[in-house]
Structures are given as C-alpha cells and as structure tokens.
Design a protein around this ligand. Structure first.
Ligand SMILES: Cc1ncc(C[n+]2csc(CCOP(=O)(O)OP(=O)(O)O)c2C)c(N)n1
Ligand SMILES: [Mg+2]
Length: 359
C-alpha cells in the first residue's frame, strides 16, 4: 500500500500504536492528601492482587478445559475497578460490559461465587446461567456483565433516572470499551443523561484496542470529546495509576451527586492479555506490551508502599499467600458445586406467551 493510500484508509500497520506517553501524567499526591486512610492501603493492594490472581487461575482452568465459552480477562486494568469502588459509596450502582470479573471481585462478590459462575454452577453469582460475560450481584449494586457492545449504556441512564426519581443520593456508573464509542446507544444515552440531568458517570475504558483493532484505526478524534456536544463535564484519567483513579473519580462522584448532572471520563489503560482466550495478539508488538507492563498498577502501589515504609515484604506476602489459597479453594468449590437443575432450564428466560412463532 502506498503511503498516501495508507493515510487515507487510516490504516496503521502492526506496531506500536498506543504508547505509555499517551497516558496522562499520574498524580503526584500522597495517599494522605487524597484522603486515603493508611489502614485502607493494604486493602487496595489486596483488591487488585485478588483480581489478577483470580483471572490467572481462571485462564489456567479454561486451558485445562474445565469450562468453555468466552473468557475475557481484565488483567492490567485492575486499578480502575479498585479505585472506582474505593471512590464510590457501596450503594452506588456499577454496570459494565463483558470484561466483568474484576468489577464483581472489587465490589465484594466472593471468589467462590465468581469461579462457580465461570464453571456454570448453581452457586455462581448468576446461578451458573450467565458465565464469564454476565456476572451479576445485586446485593453489591453490581448490575453486570453485558455482552452486546454499547447496549448497557441506556440501562445506566435508567439506573441513574431511578436514583434521581427516588431521591436516594445514589449515583450510577457505567463502564464500556473504546470499541463501543461509535455505537448509536452512546449518543442516545449521553443525550438523555444531559437533557434530564441524570446522576451518572459514563466511562470509556480506552485500553488501546477493540478486539485487534487499534483505537486510532477505529475512531476519529479524541474519545473524551464525544461528551462535548452535550456540554457534559469530562476528563481523562491515567488508568494504570490507582491514586490517579481515586483522585479523579472522587471528584467526579462528588460533582455528579451534588449537581445531579452526568460526567464523562476517558480512562487510558491497557490489557495485557488477548481480547479473549483465542486471541494470539498478532496486532501488537512485544515491546508495546512490555512498555505498559513496566507501568503495572499493582507494582506501582507496591513501590509506593515500600518507599513510604507503609508495608514490608512480609506484609504483602501474607496477603498474597492468603489470596492464593482463597482462589485455589474457589476452584475446588466450583468443581464440586452442582450444575443448575434441569428444571431451571426455562426459568429466568424472557418468553412472550403470545409470540407469533411460539410452538
Ligand atoms: C453490538 C456488538 N457488535 C459486535 C460485537 C462483537 N464484539 C465483541 S467484543 C468487541 C470489541 C469491543 O472492544 P472494546 O469495546 O474496546 O472492549 P475491550 O474488549 O477492549 O474491553 C466486539 C466488536 C458485540 N459483542 N456487540
Ligand atoms: Mg478496548
């Protein structure tokens, strides 16, 4: 392809298309000035580490053939789920797309319930009928787990509408990938949220790729500016840095709750694994991946804790060993759990009795 044609088509050959320099600068503030209590720091480490180890084990079980279907891993993006859950109230609503394991774990769904869901067992958080893409935990105000790209944004607007209508001081937060940004439902939801002053934070998790298509090949312009026509307050966040996430989401949540208006956040982040388990990742270089791994959010928090002498190697080892065991126990639990009973096959399924083709 000639250079000119190359530019016209917006085609970027495989190579470094997303750089760490595309990340906004991480905050330089200390945990204290961000209002993070010292006693919460290890919990934040635990939350990110748990998501990572859970998914590494899940991948291993998948490769062993213990369960099937799709498996999309969140590894690399954990600072966002952990930071957002910290910044929100526990009864604020969270809804996300299919890369949802980390969100459920961060919100407090047990490793047993999450692993059982992957295994399709009745003790799963969606009773074994949802699988990897449809984790759900209403008690923890986690509304899934949605497989259709962009389809859950209108639901988030609905959650926000309900919260406003009920005057319950809760806000809704909605996470979707960069691949969703050009869906019509994004504009429809932004429009109603802005028009009706709905208390919702819409968040695009820009991890550089929609399946194997780099963001600068699939979308024109800056993602964050998609909120501009709606006069929506907006910002860009470094999603590889936990403290930056906590800082920006605390501010956004306060604004949305107090002003009863929507907010749009572009979070720049990166997934280390393929789109799903069947993706060999040929569209990016090893160097690009290594560059982002050098910014790993778990390692960054670890360095902070060591630098400020807030934790020792032993403290973190104790957490890691405990989580390792909890996740191994969850695998055992899931393997030994029951499948949903056969008579449940037609339960929780939307059926219209008068559907014209119903037999
Ligand atoms: C409406 C619709 N179109 C296509 C698909 C197939 N599909 C599944 S995931 C995906 C890519 C989405 O990428 P992105 O939104 O960036 O999320 P990420 O996987 O990076 O988290 C596509 C096109 C789908 N699920 N729904
Ligand atoms: Mg993406």
């Amino acid at each position: 392809m000639s250079k000119k044609k190359d530019q016209v088509a917006g085609f970027t050959p495989t190579g470094v298309v997303y750089k760490t320099t595309d990340l906004p600068k991480a905050t330089r503030k200390s945990h204290k000035s961000l209002g993070i209590k010292e006693e919460d720091l290890l919990g934040l480490y635990e939350s990110m580490y748990k998501q990572r180890r859970f998914e590494e084990r899940a991948a291993q079980q998948y490769q062993k053939g213990k369960f099937g279907g799709f498996l999309h891993l969140y590894i690399g993006q954990e600072a966002l789920s952990t930071g957002v859950v910290h910044a929100l109230n526990q009864d604020d609503d969270i809804i996300t797309a299919y890369r949802c394991h980390g969100w459920a774990l961060a919100r407090g769904t047990s490793a047993n319930a999450c692993m059982s869901e992957l295994f399709g067992k009745v003790d799963g958080c969606s009773r074994g009928k949802g699988g990897s893409m449809h984790f759900f935990d209403l008690e923890n105000h986690f509304w899934g787990g949605h497989a259709i790209v962009g389809a859950h944004l209108p639901l988030a607007a609905g959650l926000a509408f309900a919260n406003k209508y009920n005057d319950n001081d809760r806000i809704a937060t909605c996470f979707f990938g960069d691949g969703a940004i050009d869906q019509g439902s994004v504009n429809e939801s932004f429009n109603l949220a802005a028009l009706w002053n709905l208390p919702v934070i819409f968040v695009v998790e820009n991890n550089g790729y929609s399946m194997g298509t780099a963001v600068n090949r699939h979308t024109a312009g800056e993602l964050v500016e998609r909120a501009a026509p709606y006069n929506m307050k907006r910002d860009v966040v470094n999603g590889m840095d936990l403290f930056s996430v906590i800082e920006k989401f605390s501010e956004a949540a306060e604004y949305v709750r107090n002003e009863q208006k929507p907010y749009f956040m572009e979070v720049r982040t990166y997934r280390y694994r393929g789109h799903s388990m069947s993706d060999p990742g040929n569209y990016r270089t090893k160097e690009e991946l290594e560059e982002f791994r050098a910014n790993d959010p778990i390692e960054r928090l670890k360095s902070y804790l060591f630098d400020k002498e807030l934790a020792t190697d032993d403290d973190l080892k104790e957490i890691e060993d405990r989580l390792e065991q909890e996740i191994l126990d969850a695998v055992d639990f899931a393997e030994n759990a029951e499948l949903p009973p056969a008579e449940d096959l037609y339960k929780h399924v939307y059926v219209e009795d008068d559907f014209p083709y119903h037999v």
